[in-house]
Structure formats: C-alpha cells, structure tokens
Write a new protein. Structure first.
Length: 340
C-alpha cells in the first residue's frame, strides 16, 4: 500500500512538471530567472576590482580567491590597487568583465553621476560607484531577503494555521482574535521605531517583515485544514487508529500545501518589491550595502540630468517581478487539476 502511494505521488509530480513545461512563458521565465540568481550568487566573478589571475615576476597569483599582502607586488599601500599594479611592465592580469566592486568609487571620473560607457555599462551613481555592480550585488540582497521572509513566514504560518484549522474550537477563536489585534498594528510605524533604535541590517529586516507576514500564510493554511479535516479519507484514517501526528503530517499537510506552493512565487515577488520600497524610503539596508531602492532614490533626485540612474534599476525591478509572476502563473496552472 505504501509503495502504491509513493508511485502515485511520483507520477503526480511528473505530471505537474510536464504541465509547467507546457507554459512556455513560465518555463523560459524560470530559465532566465535562474540565470539571474546564479549570476548574483557568483557576483564576485563578474564585478570585482580584484583580477582572477596575476602573472608577476614569473609567479602566478589569484587575488580574487586568496588574499596577498601588498608587499607581494611591491606595492606599499593599505589596499592594493590591482588596476595600477597590472599597468606595470611584465605584468599580466585577467580581470572580471566589470573591474569595480559595488562600493568602490571611480576617482578618475571628473563628475558624478556619469553616463554609461565601455568601462561602466550602466554608468556611475551620484558618488561614483558602478551601477551595474550595485544592481548585480543588490539583486542577491533582495532575493535573499525575499526568500528569508518567505521561509520564516511559511514555517510559522504553516505551524500555527495547521493547529488552528485542525483543532478548531476555542483555540481557533482565541488565536484568530489575537491575530486580528496584532495585525491591526501599523507595519510602517513599527519598522520606523525599530530602525531608529537598532541599526538596520538584512537579518533585522527579515525578522520585522516576517513578524507582519506570517498571518497571510496562517489564514491560507487554516482554511485548508478546516476544509480537509472533514473529508472522508481523514475520517477513514481516524477509524483505523492513526494518531494526530500521522493525520497532520502524512494525510492533511501534503494536500494542504498545494495552495501555498502556488502562492510562494508571488510572495517572493512582493518581498523583492517591499525591500526596494524600504530602500527608496531610507528604511532598508544601510549604505554602502548595494540595493535596488537606493539608485531609484538617486534617480528621482537626478532625473533631468542622469536618466540612467532611474532607468536601469526600474527596468531590472520590472523584469524581475514580471519573470517571477510568469513563473507563479505557471506553477499555479500546473497544480490546478481543472487546467489539464
């Protein structure tokens, strides 16, 4: 019996995967989004002031992967400028495509912000940092934030919503009333208060956002458990002696997770947009941490003289949200038995 259930679930997953692939827009959006995520996770290999390889005095060095004292290259400074080191005779270097990291200022430019060029494909921001590098690293920060909020909210909401929906009764009524009181507190007011007390960082922002996000997951999970717990197969499981743990985790939870799985891409998209909004308002990650909201804020201030400050971050944000929403629609249709 157990083997038959596993075979049925495997065939069900394969069918859902095939259904997802039929949505060409969703499938290609997932490919592009995956490439963007991989690029951001390995951003140091794409935009960095350190070269991959230096051949100096017949010796080979790998500054991107290993730290060397400045005296190694006969360059006596606190921080080595590898671009100047590589300009010496008999010195060969292989740099990443972008030779600047996201917090480095290009002091060789006469004014900031600076328009796009071969050296800086998206230009420089108002204090001379490469916009492409900051967007590349900023996407990693935004994606990690969104996934962190989703993971914490998903876990807490699933646990609480499952208990409310399955046990019901007085526990459900009291906890639901407490939720209504808690979520009536203005999120932005709490955020401003905490940011003024503590130095905001990625973990603090994930904690605060999760604190006000798990309620959505809880309501979904509660509704699913209320619906499923009275179905015939649950009654049959109780009649054959299954305990509460088996009923919750083996029979109800796998079937109740489907709406949450289809909801997850949209939740992550809202998280990315939320962090960009907080950064735009000055309530997000602290400078010089790269983010997508900060260049948008600069673009508002320099819109007439530096159009690229707003264009590239806005397009990147639009593209990311569009890709995630296309993937979400494909996942939703793949799990919908009425579609296929």
């Amino acid at each position: 019996m157990g083997t038959e259930i596993k075979l049925f679930r495997t065939s069900s997953y394969k069918r859902q995967l095939e259904n997802f692939k039929r949505r060409k827009t969703a499938f290609f959006s997932l490919i592009v989004l995956t490439l963007m995520i991989i690029s951001s996770l390995f951003a140091e290999l794409i935009a960095n002031s350190k070269p991959y390889v230096i051949v100096y005095k017949n010796s080979i060095y790998f500054p991107l992967f290993k730290h060397y004292p400045t005296s190694t290259f006969d360059y006596f400074s606190i921080r080595p400028d590898y671009r100047k080191i590589c300009e010496r005779e008999n010195t060969s270097c292989i740099f990443p495509p972008i030779k600047y990291n996201p917090i480095e200022i290009n002091i060789n430019v006469s004014h900031y912000p600076a328009p796009p060029s071969w050296e800086h494909p998206m230009g420089l921001d108002s204090i001379g940092r490469d916009i492409f590098a900051r967007m590349l690293y900023g996407f990693r920060v935004s994606f990690l934030y969104a996934c962190g909020v989703w993971l914490v909210s998903f876990t807490v909401g699933t646990i609480i919503g499952s208990c409310m929906g399955y046990f019901g009764g007085l526990f459900d009524i009291i906890f639901y009333r407490l939720m209504e009181i808690f979520f009536s507190i203005p999120y932005l007011v709490v955020l401003i208060t905490l940011v003024s007390i503590f130095t905001p960082n990625l973990y603090l922002l994930i904690f605060i956002s999760s604190l006000f996000s798990w309620g959505y997951i809880t309501r979904y999970m509660r509704a699913e458990f209320l619906k499923i717990r009275h179905l015939d197969y649950i009654m049959s499981a109780k009649s054959v002696g299954c305990n509460t743990r088996q009923i919750l985790f083996r029979h109800i939870l796998p079937n109740a997770l489907t709406p949450l799985i289809t909801f997850s891409p949209f939740f992550i998209a809202s998280g990315i947009l939320g962090l960009s909004s907080l950064d735009f308002l000055g309530l997000g990650v602290m400078p010089p941490t790269p983010s997508w909201g900060e260049p948008l804020k600069q673009g508002k201030e320099y819109f007439m003289e530096a159009w690229y400050l707003a264009l590239f971050p806005a397009f990147g944000l639009f593209l990311t949200l569009a890709l995630i929403n296309f993937v979400g629609e494909g996942v939703r249709d793949a799990f919908d038995p009425r579609k296929y």
